[in-house]
Write a protein that binds this ligand. Structure first.
Ligand code: GTP
Ligand code: MG
Length: 325
């Protein structure tokens, strides 16, 4: 199945060229050549990224590989300015980072609704000949050309913005936990890779506080090399302030499971080792008290939860809140 989630696009952008200024003369009776009245060229269109909180993927841009903004029109006689070229607005989800594909430099990052970043600026229009009139030259017969268009190859990359990122094997109960902590309604099922696209939810905490939590597709051994749904989703984790590792209580080898998860993150980006994190043992309703005791020895700092019975869900919120603040 092909996921509709697109979090990486390469675009070839061309701004509009500036319109040329023109050489023209005022028409007057009995005068062969009136004063200069050539207008300025219009500005070329720019290509601008704009934040849209309603969008969750870069899908719309995937099919627009080559984007060109309109050129500015040339100036006209009577000092009339040429029309500016229309800007091209690329609507992107919050958390979109824009890179120059050739230099790898970051051009900017869209973090707010309606925020705008000019990616390629349209060329300035040239000045018409009337600008060049002076005491020594009353009849300048030259005008300025508009600035040329600019081309840029850019990469747009989406990183989910969430305070807490849920990290776990497929089927660990990540989506179920999200549905218990927030009003999000992700798909939940008893098979791996139910979640194909990240889900975001807001956890209400105490009276008026809240934090965002992201449920991403399950991670398996080899994810950093592209196994499973691949490392495209590890990227999202980079933007989470706190990582919540979810290990099911009925796992065959819970310690190994945590170690594999941590290793995948480490292989992907070693900086992730230093991120604040918490371990939650999920599905605790599936095992008896004896087994819980054993697990507590293995994971002394973990929170033992069950999304089904809601056991320790409040404690989990408290612990996450402490880590976030
Ligand atoms: N008994 C019990 N079952 C649970 C609990 N949490 C989740 N499950 C079950 O575990 C299965 C997987 O749950 P999901 O929430 O879809 O797991 P996931 O981690 O989101 O899985 P992927 O999206 O495939 O990565 C479902 O059948 C859930 O009903 C729990 O606390 N107790
Ligand atoms: Mg899921």
């Amino acid at each position: 199945m092909k996921s509709p989630f697109v979090d990486h696009v390469v675009l070839y952008l061309t701004s509009g060229k500036g319109g040329d200024g023109v050489v023209s003369w005022r028409r007057e009776k009995f005068v062969d050549k009136g004063g200069p009245d050539g207008g300025d060229g219009g500005k070329g269109g720019s290509i601008i990224a704009k934040g849209n909180a309603q969008l969750w993927t870069l899908l719309d841009l995937k099919y627009r590989k080559f984007i060109k903004a309109e050129d500015g029109k040339n100036g006209e006689s009577g000092k009339r300015k040429g029309k500016s070229g229309k800007n091209e607005i690329l609507e992107v989800p919050l958390g979109t980072v824009i890179y120059d594909a050739d230099t790898q430099e970051t051009i900017g990052e869209i973090l707010e609704d309606q925020q705008e970043i000019i990616i390629v600026e349209g060329g300035k229009g040239g000045l018409g000949n009337w600008h060049f009139r002076s005491s020594t030259n009353q009849t300048p017969d030259f005008a300025q050309k508009g600035q040329p268009a600019q081309e840029k190859k850019v990469i747009l990359e989406l990183k989910v913005l969430a305070d807490v990122g849920l990290v776990g094997f497929p089927n660990a109960g990540k989506s179920t936990l999200l549905s218990v902590l927030t009003s999000a309604k992700p798909e939940i099922a008893d098979y791996p890779f139910t979640t194909l696209v990240p889900n975001l939810g807001i956890v209400k905490y105490k009276d008026f506080q809240s934090f965002a939590i992201a449920d991403i597709p399950g991670i398996i051994e080899g994810a950093h090399e592209g196994k499973g749904l691949g490392f495209q989703f590890l990227r999202h984790i980079e933007r989470n302030a706190v990582l919540l590792f979810l290990i099911p209580a009925n796992s065959d080898n819970p310690l190994k499971e945590l170690q594999i998860l941590k290793n995948e993150l480490h292989q992907y980006n070693q900086a992730l080792d230093f991120k604040a994190s918490l371990v939650a043992i999920s599905k605790c309703d599936l095992i008896g008290n004896q087994d819980i005791k054993k697990l507590k020895k293995l994971f002394p700092d973990a929170v033992f939860i069950s999304a089904v019975t809601q056991q320790n869900i409040e404690e989990l919120k408290d612990r996450l809140w402490q880590l976030l603040n």
